[in-house]
Ligand binder design. Structure first.
Ligand code: GUN
Length: 285
């Protein structure tokens, strides 16, 4: 019987800690504020933003939502980011991605002050992660590391395979596993022998965005399987990148979808925002 890694449980623990520290800051007269910017009408983004706002309220943050119309111009968005960079009540800025096609995502991300970049998407923060000297970690990979820690899974000397090479998940995920002394392989759509490489993994992280892509024959007996995917199956039901039903008995530990990595992402966003507030107020960790 494999262990089911419970993201709801671990995320509740992280959020409870953030709430406690936020309360302590309040007693010192320091508030924590997150600005969430959403452009257009993407339904998935709307759900994510609502969840982020709800989480902010629960941990005691001030949250401000900026819902901009689809036809917002690049300059209008940059002006808002700049305004938020200079806003003393706001410690963290999150621009929900993807942006509508006519907007330049990269330029917007670079406009966010690295000190308020709680997604850790800005090139300054990405570079800091690369050299292992960072303030913020991107929320999803950081959430995965937190779950591994909570379940006593140590990547040290393990064969770690990450499927997917996005800037948001795959690349930073590989780096964080490397920082913990894992032997890391990154696979992607052009990888030859992908199945064979995955089948050698002690820790397999699926972040490819294809429903039930990881089948039982790709998983080693006793592996740890982390599913970052969030897809709909043929019946419209939420599912991950891993064929959970067929993989779960082979894995030593596995994350479900929903209830695995998803809740961790928001918890780590709260953690980053708290840290941003502390740094901006000169409060030591
Ligand atoms: N869209 C999907 N995931 C994320 C995320 O972690 N941060 C932002 N800003 N947008 C996203």
């Amino acid at each position: 019987m494999s262990r089911i890694i419970d993201g709801k449980l671990v995320s509740a623990k992280v959020r409870a800690n953030v709430a406690k520290e936020t309360e302590e800051l309040k007693e010192k007269g320091v508030s924590v504020g997150l600005a969430v910017v959403i452009v257009g009408n993407d339904p998935a983004s709307r759900v994510y933003v609502n969840n982020k706002k709800k989480a902010c309220a629960e941990v005691g943050f001030i949250s401000r939502e900026y819902a901009l119309p689809e036809e917002t111009t690049q300059q209008e968005l940059l002006d808002l980011v700049n305004e938020l960079n200079n806003d003393k009540e706001i410690n963290g800025i999150l621009v929900q991605l993807p942006l509508p096609k006519h907007l330049d995502e990269k330029q917007v991300i670079e406009a966010i002050s690295p000190l308020k970049d709680v997604d850790a998407f800005n090139a300054v923060n990405v570079g800091k992660i690369m050299i292992g000297d960072y303030d913020f970690l991107p929320c999803t990979p950081a959430g995965v590391m937190e779950m591994l820690k909570e379940y006593d899974i140590d990547p040290k000397s393990k064969n770690c395979v990450v499927i997917g090479r996005s800037n948001i998940v795959g690349k930073p995920m590989a780096m964080l596993l490397l920082h913990k002394h894992g032997t890391v392989t990154i696979c992607h759509s052009r990888t030859v022998n992908l199945k064979e490489i995955c089948a050698k993994a002690d820790i397999l992280v699926a972040a490819i965005g294809k429903a039930k892509f990881v089948t039982a024959d790709m998983v080693k007996e006793g592996a740890v399987v982390i599913d970052v995917g969030m897809n709909r199956d043929e019946n419209g039901k939420l599912c991950g990148d891993v064929d959970f039903e067929n993989v779960k008995d082979k894995a030593e530990a596995i994350t479900p979808v929903p209830g695995g990595v998803g809740p961790m992402t928001i918890a780590m966003l709260m953690k980053n925002t708290l840290k941003a507030a502390k740094l901006q107020n000169g409060i030591e960790e």
